[in-house]
Design a protein around this ligand. Structure first.
Ligand SMILES: [Zn+2]
Length: 110
């Protein structure tokens, strides 16, 4: 994307041209932002795949207000904690005792 006034190459997410200082219209600012900073993509990446590892993407994105970043970060930490707790519960409370029990049953059968 280039400045409509001086044709200088624009810096990603910039609201002003770094060459001539012209204020850039919102539709141009929007187009200089990389697709992976799109709020929909950032939120899907965090809640479907990355959990806390998606937070750098969120904080680097110029498309979120600061308070949105704070709220989404808090939700992400809670979400990640729930996933970790659930994984722990599944392994140590359900699977391991189950297989231990199964092992003793099989041992006593032989
Ligand atoms: Zn310019």
């Amino acid at each position: 994307m280039r400045c409509p006034k001086c044709n200088h190459k624009l810096v990603m997410g910039a609201k002003f041209c770094h060459q001539c200082g012209a204020e850039l219209p919102p539709e141009i600012v929007e187009k200089t932002v990389n697709w992976y900073y799109d709020p929909v993509f950032v939120l899907l990446a965090i809640f479907l795949a990355l959990a806390v590892f998606g937070l750098p993407l969120l904080w680097k994105s110029p498309r979120f207000e600061v308070w949105h970043k704070v709220v989404v970060s808090i939700l992400t930490v809670i979400y990640t904690a729930v996933i970790l707790w659930f994984t722990y519960y599944l392994i140590f409370v359900i699977f391991i005792p189950y297989y231990r029990e199964l092992g003793t049953v099989l041992d006593s059968a032989t």
